[in-house]
Write a protein that binds this ligand. Structure first.
Ligand SMILES: [Zn+2]
Length: 327
């Protein structure tokens, strides 16, 4: 009732204001609004005002995970809960990047697309496909059909995988740039972020997992290492070649497989925060106990999508905070 009374008073005040404008128009010799139009115009203005208020409330509403909107200058890495697979969303000041797109179209449709929409993401500046395995690229065609994409990044020599072929067809049809990257290159994403490609070298390894794109991201004083599904031989090569750099946050390689996250690799990365993207009760028993032990022995705090749902890591470039969808 109070809202209706307020609305009526506002329409009345608005009507008087329109009358005043009308008098001025008449004095200036211009045609004015008739008395029948005035309340309608005022009601229209009230409706427009209410829509603006509702829109701003919706925009400011916390996302599905209860987090407030990302602040200016705040970088977020969001490991989406896509079951057994990877889908990592990065956001900073409106710039967006998705590293892998989950295992399949239904998961992309149920988890990735709605969560991105809820976050107000309508474009992916960069879509990185770390390697041509289903649990990383299966949802890519769905994502590409739902969102505008700036560039598709990959490192695969062999683009014969049916999903990769579909991705290439979609990119060609939509005029989306495609770039194959190699160690030593840098990706342009956000002007304040250094994004270096550490793997694969040229020529790349034969194994699919070992060809994974490895990205090192530096934002002010915060660093993140994204590793795809690399295994022990690549970890050793990264350490021995001297290209590996420490990182505050590690996306644990290959969903926490025991054939990755070797002791020397973890000693070189020195992660404080380790994120495992794995499916609940997955058939591979990821993450393996040995991997978790090696991480915890180095005082890394481990967060798992199979237990916590989506894992959100936010940093202003100095302080890093972790939020879980469910705890
Ligand atoms: Zn995988």
């Amino acid at each position: 009732m109070r809202l209706i009374a307020l609305g009526a008073a506002w329409i009345d005040r608005c009507g008087r204001r329109i009358d005043a404008i009308g008098r001025r128009l008449r004095r200036a010799g211009l045609p004015s609004l008739g008395p029948a139009v005035r309340p309608r115009l005022a009601a229209l203005l009230l409706l427009a005002g209410m829509l603006i208020v509702v829109a701003s409330v919706i925009r400011a509403r916390p996302d599905t995970t209860g987090l407030p909107p990302l602040a200016a200058g705040e970088l977020e890495l969001r490991a989406l809960d896509v079951g057994q697979g990877d889908a990592l969303l990065m956001r900073l000041d409106g710039a967006t990047m998705l590293v892998d797109a989950g295992p399949d179209a239904p998961t992309a449709g149920a988890e990735i697309v709605p969560q991105l929409r809820r976050l107000g993401v309508d474009r992916l500046d960069v879509l990185v496909l770390t390697h041509a395995d289903g649990d990383h690229i299966g949802g890519a065609p769905t994502v590409m059909r739902e969102f505008a994409v700036g560039i598709v990044i990959h490192a695969d020599h062999d683009l014969s995988h049916p999903v990769m072929r579909e991705v290439m067809d979609l990119a060609r049809d939509a005029g989306v740039a495609v770039r194959q990257i190699r160690r030593g290159e840098a990706l342009a994403w956000h002007p304040q972020v250094d994004l270096s490609v550490l793997n694969p070298p040229e020529p790349g390894p034969d194994d699919d997992n070992d060809r994974s794109v490895v990205l090192h991201l530096a934002y002010r004083m915060s660093t993140i290492l994204l590793t795809g599904d690399i295994e022990s031989s690549v970890e050793r090569e990264l350490v021995e070649s001297g290209v590996l750099r420490p990182a505050d946050v590690l996306k644990v390689p290959h969903h926490g497989s025991n054939s990755s996250s070797t002791a020397d690799f973890l000693d070189a990365v020195e992660p404080q925060i380790a994120v495992v993207s794995a499916g609940r009760y997955n058939a591979f028993d990821h993450p393996r106990d040995g991997t978790l032990r090696r991480l915890r022995a180095r005082d890394a705090a481990v967060f798992r999508t199979d237990l916590a749902g989506s894992v959100m890591i936010r940093t202003d470039g100095r302080v890093i905070r972790v939020f879980l969808e469910r705890s």
